[in-house]
Design a protein around this ligand. Structure first.
Ligand SMILES: [Zn+2]
Ligand SMILES: [Zn+2]
Length: 335
C-alpha cells in the first residue's frame, strides 16, 4: 500500500539526527535557575533509583545535582540564594534534610511519563510531552515525532483545500450519514468483539481493557460516512489513538494489505471492497427506508438544517432517484 511521503508533499523537512522517539528529562538548576535537558533515550529512568544513580551537572553553571551535593548558598554570580537563609545544618552535603531534598528532586523529575520532554523533529524544540499528540507504540512516551504545532502546519499543507467551511461540510455529511443509519446499526456484543480481537488494538497490538471505555474505540471499518452501518462484520477494535487516526478513512487508506487480509479473516468483511482504492457508497443500503425514518423522527431539533444537510448528501451521492415519490415530495424534489 502506498504510504504518504510527508516530506515531498509538504516541503517541510525533518531535522536530521534528532532522536525520533527518545525522551529527555528536564530540571531547573538549583544554583542558576536555568533549565536543563538530559537525553535519556528509549528507556525512562526508574524513579525508585534515580536518587541513587543520577548525577546531573548543570550545562550553564556546572553545579552538580546529586545525593551527595550540598544546597548552594550563592548563585553563579556570587549573589546569595534563599538557601543561605536556611540553617547550615540543613543545607550541608549528606545532611538528612539535604538527602531528602535530593530524593524529592529526582523523584519529581522522573516519576511519571508526563515528567518527560521530547524533541520535535520538525521545529527542533524540546517540549513537554503534552505538546505532542499520542501515538501508541512509538517510543517510551508513545508520542508523535512532530509537535502539535508543526503537525498542524503539515496537515494544512497536506489538505490545503480543507477550509473551515469544508471541514464543517465534511462533519455535517458524517453527522447526516450517522442519522440516516440510525435504524440500521446492529447492536454489538462488546465482549465478543474483545474476544475476536484478542483484547488488543488491531492496528498497534496494544492490550486494551474493556472496562476503561475511554482507551478503546470501535472502528467502523467501512465508514458510516459512505453509508455502511455498524455490524459484527464491520467493526474492528482499536485503541482510541489509532481510531482517531482512522476516522472516516476508507480501510485501504489506513490498513496495510496484510492487515486487511487479517481483518477479513477475523470479521468476515469483504476483502475486495475494503481493498478498493476509492470509497464507494454502500450499494446495499435501503436509502428510501433510511430517509423515511429520518423524516419521521420526533423532537428533532433544527429540522430545516437537517433537511438541508440531508439533501446535500443525497445530491452529492446521487441518491435522489432511489427515493419513493412520497419522500421526494417531502424533500421538495417533486410536487
Ligand atoms: Zn546551573
Ligand atoms: Zn515542532
Amino acid at each position: 500500500m502506498a504510504r504518504r511521503v510527508t516530506k515531498n508533499l509538504t516541503n517541510i523537512k525533518r531535522i536530521a539526527g534528532i532522536p525520533v522517539h527518545g525522551a529527555f528529562v528536564s530540571f531547573i538548576c538549583v544554583k542558576c535557575s536555568k533549565i536543563n535537558f538530559l537525553f535519556v533515550g528509549n528507556k525512562l529512568l526508574n524513579p525508585a533509583d534515580a536518587y541513587d544513580s543520577q548525577s546531573w551537572k548543570c550545562a550553564h553553571c556546572n553545579f552538580v545535582h546529586s545525593k551527595s551535593s550540598p544546597l548552594p548558598l550563592k548563585n553563579e554570580k556570587g549573589k546569595p540564594l534563599p538557601f543561605s537563609k536556611w540553617d547550615k545544618k540543613i543545607t550541608k552535603e549528606n545532611s538528612l534534610a539535604a538527602q531528602r531534598f535530593w530524593k524529592a528532586f529526582f523523584t519529581a523529575a522522573t516519576e511519571s511519563r508526563e515528567s518527560y520532554w521530547k524533541q520535535c523533529n520538525t521545529c527542533g524544540r524540546i517540549l513537554p510531552g503534552r505538546a505532542f499528540s499520542g501515538h501508541a507504540g512509538w517510543g517510551p512516551l508513545e508520542k508523535q515525532m512532530e509537535c502539535r504545532s508543526c503537525k498542524a502546519v503539515i496537515n494544512t499543507n497536506l489538505n490545503p483545500k480543507r477550509t473551515k467551511e469544508q471541514l464543517h461540510e465534511s462533519s455535517a455529511k458524517r453527522r447526516t450519514a450517522e442519522l440516516l443509519l440510525a435504524g440500521e446499526n446492529e447492536h454489538l456484543n462488546l465482549e465478543d468483539l474483545f474476544k475476536r480481537f484478542g483484547g488488543k488494538c488491531f492496528k498497534t497490538g496494544k492490550p486494551l481493557d474493556i472496562k476503561k471505555r475511554k482507551t478503546w474505540a470501535i472502528d467502523h471499518i467501512l465508514p458510516s460516512r459512505w453509508l455502511y452501518p455498524l455490524s459484527t462484520r464491520n467493526a474492528a477494535l482499536l485503541s482510541t489513538e489509532a481510531n482517531n487516526n482512522k476516522r472516516d478513512k476508507w480501510p485501504s487508506e489506513f490498513y496495510t494489505n496484510n492487515e486487511l487480509k487479517r481483518l477479513a479473516d477475523i470479521t468476515g468483511a469483504d476483502l475486495e471492497l475494503m481493498s478498493r482504492k476509492k470509497p464507494i457508497i454502500n450499494p446495499n443500503i435501503d436509502v428510501d427506508a433510511c430517509v423515511g425514518r429520518m423524516l419521521t423522527v420526533r423532537g428533532a431539533t433544527d429540522i430545516s438544517r437537517r433537511i438541508k444537510d440531508l439533501k446535500k448528501l443525497l445530491e452529492d451521492y446521487d441518491l435522489v432517484d432511489s427515493l419513493s415519490e412520497q419522500n421526494k415530495r417531502m424533500l421538495g424534489y417533486s410536487r
